[in-house]
Design a protein around this ligand. Sequence first.
Ligand SMILES: Cc1cc2nc3c(=O)[nH]c(=O)nc-3n(C[C@H](O)[C@H](O)[C@H](O)COP(=O)(O)OP(=O)(O)OC[C@H]3O[C@@H](n4cnc5c(N)ncnc54)[C@H](O)[C@@H]3O)c2cc1C
Length: 255
Amino acid sequence: MNVYVLLKQTFDTEERIVLRDGRISEEGVKFVINPYDEYAVEEAIRLKEQHGGHVTAVSAGPERAAEALRTALAMGADEAVLLSDDRIGEDEYAVSKTIAAFLVRQSFDLLLAGNFSIDNGSGQVAVRVAQLLNLPHVSSVTKLNVDENRAAALRDAEGDSETIEVALPALFTAQQGLNEPRYPSLPGIMKAKKKPFHTLGLDDLGLSESDIAPRTARESLALPPERKAGRILKGSPAEQAAELVHLLRTEARAI
Ligand SMILES: Cc1cc2nc3c(=O)[nH]c(=O)nc-3n(C[C@H](O)[C@H](O)[C@H](O)COP(=O)(O)OP(=O)(O)OC[C@H]3O[C@@H](n4cnc5c(N)ncnc54)[C@H](O)[C@@H]3O)c2cc1C
């Protein structure tokens, strides 16, 4: 089973977001594998353990994204590919076209990705890649059974769940609950240092800057307005309830 995993390096979820000159400041920030992509890496490794095969982790991003790929290698992926070039735009169109240009030359049974990234969260890149490669895709998968050249995926459908069967090759995006990602072990970290790691630019992919010119541009980025401090009501429960109703009517105008 030949599996490729698409992963993005994102901010650690514990990080405080600071904006500087209209961009998120990266100063002193800790980066991690996007949590949904971690489920995808884990699932790929489990499939390899079950069926045999090869797992390749792929990321498009700046040089620092190599660290996330090394973590995937330490978890058990066999090979990593970083698509990195200052000429690659940062919108979903440019990124998905770059990834698809790499994958179109590879042979695989399965592509695994995350449901969405926890920072930009557009939920577009993986499904765009499937579209560009003319592959079936199933999003938000919480269970995946692979058998020869077919797969059955249980997916989240807004509170309900549905099972979808598709012919392989196909792309699946991982939802929370798919598995419990393993921590890289010390031997895993040591082994990762010797695993194949490739860095490719636009020329290696046969792409020109105009092939992947971004289709969208971010106009502005702002933090949400600061929340006002809460207010603690005093008095008996009946007095507090009366005060609450009064405030909801006069201040919040919610009733
Ligand atoms: C040279 C370069 C520099 C970049 N610099 C930054 C940066 O500074 N900050 C930043 O946030 N982003 C950066 N990116 C990444 C790019 O902005 C995002 O990948 C893109 O905007 C995706 O949008 P999203 O985060 O909403 O992903 P979504 O569409 O929400 O992601 C869905 C799924 O698609 C896959 N996916 C998404 N992005 C990638 C990726 N880049 N590589 C592999 N798989 C992916 C993952 O499996 C993910 O779970 C850079 C990309 C390149 C090529």
